[in-house]
Every structure is written in C-alpha cells, then in structure tokens.
Design a protein around this ligand. Structure first.
Ligand code: ARG
Length: 576
C-alpha cells in the first residue's frame, strides 16, 4: 500500500494526463498554508508556462477532472493557478487502517541495503566522557532507523585501542614495577598521570613511544598487558553503553586493522598510488574542483609508523573483505571532516572500496555548557558520562516528585526517573541538527513542557492512561478489532493527517541521515494529540461506535509514538 501523499499524487497525475498535460506536473505536496488546505499541487503554473496558457484556466481544467474523485473532499483552483486540495475522510481512514494493521505501520525501504555504521569510537583506557556521548546517541538512532526500514545494519564501535595511550600506560606500569593493571579505576588514574608526565618528561615520552612501537610490532609481553587493559576497559564500556541503551554488533577497533596494513601499503606502493614525500608515504587526494586545499593522505610516517589514516584505510580493507557493505556511515566529531575526506578519496582512488559504495561522514557539533563553551564539570574538568546520567536522573526525580498528579510509589519514581532522564538527554541532543553545536541545559531538557523528551513521554503516558481507564470502565475488550472512523473535528483530522505522514518522515529521515526529523515529527504529533485530547471527551462519549473509534485512534497513535521512541533509542515508561 502506498503513502497517502503518493496516492494523491497518482490521482492528480492522471487528471493532468486526462487534460493532455504532462503527467509529472501532478506532484502533490503537503500544503504550506494549512489554514487554507491540507495539500497542494503547483503543476498548473509550470504547465501554463510550457503551453503558453493562462495558469488559472489550466488549474480549473484539472480541478474539473478531479471533481468527482473519491480521494478528495474538495479541489479548488485558486489564483494565480494553485490547486488547493483536501483529502476525503474515506481515503484517510482507509490509509490509516491499513497502516494500523500492517507490520511497522506499513513502512519499509523499497531497496534493502547492507549498511555499516561506525559510531561510539571511544578510546580504550581513557574514561568514557561526554565527548563520546553524541556519537553514541546519534549513531544508535541511525542504526535503529535503518533497521526499522528493513535494511541490514551493522553497528561497529571502532575502538581507539592501538595508539600512544597504550604505550603511555605500559611505560607507566613498568615505572611502577607492575606487570598488569588491576582495575578500571587504576587505569583511569594511570592514563591522565602518564599523559601529563609525557608532556614534561621527554625521556618518558620516548619510552612510551617505543612501547607503542613494540606493541604494534608484535612484542609478546606488551600484547599481554594490552589484552588485560582491553579486558578491563571493554567491560566498563559495555556497562556504560548498556545504561545508554546503545548496543554494538561489532566491538572491533583500530588494532583489528593492523594485519591489513602491511599488505595494503605494499599494494599501494606497487601499483603506484603511494609515493614518498619528505620521507613519509602519501597518496595524493586533491581534486581540481577543491576550493580549499586537501593535503595528501599520509599512509606511513617517516619512521615507518602508521597513523590514524592508516588504520582507517586498513579498516576499510577489512570491512570490504568481511561484509562488502553498500554504505558506511561514520558518526564522528565534525572537526575530523578533513581526515575523512582524505580517507574516503584515498579509498576510492586506490580501489580499496568500489566506486558504488557510499561513504558518508556525519560530523556532529559540540555539546556546550550554558556559558557557550564545551561542557565541563563545575570544577572545570571533563565530565564522566555516568556522572552526567546520574545528575540528570536526580533532577528528573525531583521534577517527578514535584508533579502533583503522580501516582507512583517512591520506588517506582526512582526506577522511572532514569528512563525519563535518558530520554531527556537523548532528545535534547537528537532534536538538534547533528552538525550544530548545542547547549546542554539540564533545566530545559528535563522540563515536562516544550520540545523535550519528557514532554513526549508524558504525552504517551496520557494515551496509555486513557486506554487503561477505558478498560477499567468498559471491561477487557479486544481493542485491535475497533475500527477507525471519519474525523469529527478539525483537531482530529489534523492528528490523523500527521499520523498518515509517518512513513514519508521515516524514509526521508534515514535518507538524509537526520534523526532530528523524527524529533520534529513526534513533537508535532504530541501537539496535535494534545489539541485533540483537550477538545474531545473520549471516555464519557455515550455513542459506543464513536468512543470505540477514538480508542482505535489512540491505540494506533501510540504505536506510531512507540516506533519513534524506539528509533531514537529512548525508553517508554507507563507512568510518570
Ligand atoms: N577514536 C576516535 C576519536 O576519539 C574516533 C573514531 C571514529 N571512527 C573512525 N573510524 N575513525 O577521535
């Protein structure tokens, strides 16, 4: 079954061709004057230009053809040549009923793809801080959106596990005469300590670099220590991501790309893609059309050491070999844009990745504090992710306690507060276009009113509560057999039209890699629902058919809400 808007377009297109006008001009869009009509078609103007006729005459001609169409309740030609369209109740109800009965509200991608998402990207042994929060939240949502549409999506965390931080820790352990670290808290103390020390102590820095080199060249003892660090770190990361409702399919990292580096470098040299430049090995990636210079992509440093670009290219070799994905989406800080331009160009140019594979970089902005500077703790340090979650949960708990209507026990409030807090954090992030910086405003994000996660969850709780009260009052009934009915009011029709737009929204949000569109949609849906709710006495309605129709509408709306919440990686609650 097609989307409502596609059905309308088909109808208007056939009216254009019945008037001997080019069919493709019959495109229907959502009205940009909702006060005047629900949908519009501007094709008569283009047709008039082509045929050198008066647009109003053409619009009237097409309107005449559509006069008896069962798709529209009204079709009006208005100056200077627009077609103002209102959908018929019959078609609207039919569309929504079919969505309601189908899996996933009848939404699915036409062409299924294999897509990898590279997100999270924490660096092992460094504490997981809010810098990695955005990547995890946005990447998770894109993964879920893709899966919802039926694509095969593989999420890879791509750990930073092969760099100097490893050598720093190994060197410091040696200075302390320790073979292995014992705990994550020990690692968290050692890393910043060693990192600071390396800045002042040249000899120590050299030592750390040599330990890194040894690790990367197969030193057994260092590999053993590395494994232990990985074990401790990964266990801690898993715990943190689980709390965020973020789940990776692959826990691969830079280290996994290591075996692919030597043969890749060999090939690039042999086939003439890479050449020496000031001792280093590089691939030229500049293009004539570049307005800003794109420097060569460095593959090996002059001392033969590999770099961030090297591991990223070798990871592409590995991914191609293991999965040959149709698309890879990287969700990384936008300051790494140039790095990815170089990597993508080098990968395509050298045939590491076939031309048809889409490589996309979704660069995100910074999460700032209220002072407009990158978010920090009150003491000015880097905030640990778990501290942030705890703080927001505490604030949410307070707000829920203050909410007079709440009927939850102390324990239930405690349990629910973390889920709502998670929604507050995630929605606060995802509702902004990824590339933009945003201000983390705990007060705003945790508010029950306005464009916030808690407001959305609260609206869902309201629907759930009506359905619960319905059952209490009228007994257990199979609500799924209730039929949707034609809208009784403007507000109800507006709500139904928004619901009908769900499929188009999801499809374009994924195509544009734009989860903020899902947020904009559920915010609008919440507003439409609340307007309908305030104007309709659902449970006290005496006409059973009407009442049941509304119950059907509510349970369908709840389904759409749930899909959106899930796609955003938020968690529903039953009361708050
Ligand atoms: N670990 C990196 C960082 O913290 C992010 C990794 C992003 N993914 C990638 N394939 N480079 O900056």
């Amino acid at each position: 079954m097609k989307n409502l808007i596609d059905l309308l377009t088909t109808e208007v297109k056939s009216a254009f061709s019945a008037c001997d006008l080019p069919e493709e001009l019959g495109m229907v869009t959502v009205s940009n004057r909702p006060d005047l009509c629900e949908f519009q078609c501007n094709g008569a103007m283009a047709a008039a230009k082509r045929e050198k006729k008066n647009p109003m005459d053409i619009a009237s001609l097409v309107a005449e053809k559509l006069k008896d169409s069962s798709c529209f309740s009204s079709v009006e030609a208005v100056k200077p040549g627009f077609l103002n369209l209102n959908v018929s109740d019959g078609l609207l109800v039919k569309c929504l009923s079919e969505m309601d009965k189908a899996d996933n509200c009848a939404v699915s991608a036409e062409e299924k793809k294999k897509i990898m998402i590279d997100y999270g990207g924490p660096n092992v042994a460094k504490p997981l801080h809010i810098g990695h929060l955005r990547s995890a939240i946005i990447g998770e949502s894109i993964k879920r959106l893709g899966r919802f549409l039926g694509h095969e999506v593989i999420g890879d965390i791509h750990l930073g596990d092969w760099g100097l931080q490893m050598g720093l820790i190994i060197a410091e352990l040696k200075e302390r005469n320790k073979e292995f670290p014992d705990s994550i808290s020990e690692l968290e103390e050692i890393y910043p300590f060693a990192s600071e020390k390396s800045k002042e102590d040249e000899a120590f820095r050299e030592k750390a670099m040599s330990e890194t080199f040894k690790l990367q060249h197969g030193d057994e003892q260092n590999l053993k220590v590395w494994k232990k660090i990985m074990e401790l770190s990964v266990a801690d990361l898993k715990k943190n991501y689980e709390r965020l409702n973020v789940e990776f399919d692959l826990w691969k990292g830079e280290s996994d790309a290591d075996p692919y580096i030597a043969p890749m470098v060999e090939r690039l040299k042999k086939e003439g893609y890479a050449h020496e430049s000031q001792g280093a090995l590089v691939v030229d990636v500049s293009e004539e059309s570049d307005s800003k210079e794109v420097p060569p992509c460095m593959i090996l440093k002059s001392d033969g050491a590999s770099l961030y670009t090297t591991t990223d290219l070798a990871t592409l070799v590995e991914r191609e070999e293991d999965y040959s994905p149709d698309q890879i989406i990287y969700v990384v800080d936008k300051r790494q844009q140039l790095h990815f331009t170089q990597v993508f160009r080098a990968a395509k140019k050298t045939g590491i990745v076939p031309e048809k594979t889409a490589l996309d970089f979704l660069g995100f902005g910074t999460m700032n504090g209220r002072d407009g500077k990158p978010f920090k703790t009150r003491e000015g340090g880097v905030m640990r992710l778990e501290v942030l979650i705890n703080d927001v949960t505490e604030e949410m708990y307070k707000k829920m306690k203050d909410n007079e209507g709440i009927s939850l026990s102390e324990e239930e409030i405690r349990d629910t507060a973390e889920s709502v807090a998670l929604s507050a954090i995630k929605y606060g992030d995802l509702s902004n276009q990824a590339v933009k910086d945003y201000i983390f405003d705990i007060d705003k994000f945790t508010s029950f009113e306005g464009n916030t996660g808690p407001y959305i969850l609260y609206t869902m709780v309201r629907i759930k509560s009506i359905l619960r009260k319905y059952r209490e009052k009228f007994g257990e009934k199979d609500i799924s057999t209730f039929e949707l009915r034609a809208p009784e009011s403007r507000e109800e029709k507006a709500l139904m039209l928004t619901l009908a737009g769900f499929g188009v929204m999801v499809t374009s949000a994924f195509r544009e890699i734009a989860p903020h569109r899902v947020c904009a949609y559920i915010y609008e849906l919440s507003n439409e629902f609340n307007r309908f709710y305030h104007g309709t006495r659902i449970l006290s309605e005496s006409d059973e058919e009407k009442r049941n129709g509304w119950i059907a509408l509510l349970s369908f709306a709840l389904k759409v809400f749930s899909h959106c919440i899930d796609v955003l990686g938020m968690k529903e609650v039953d009361a708050m």
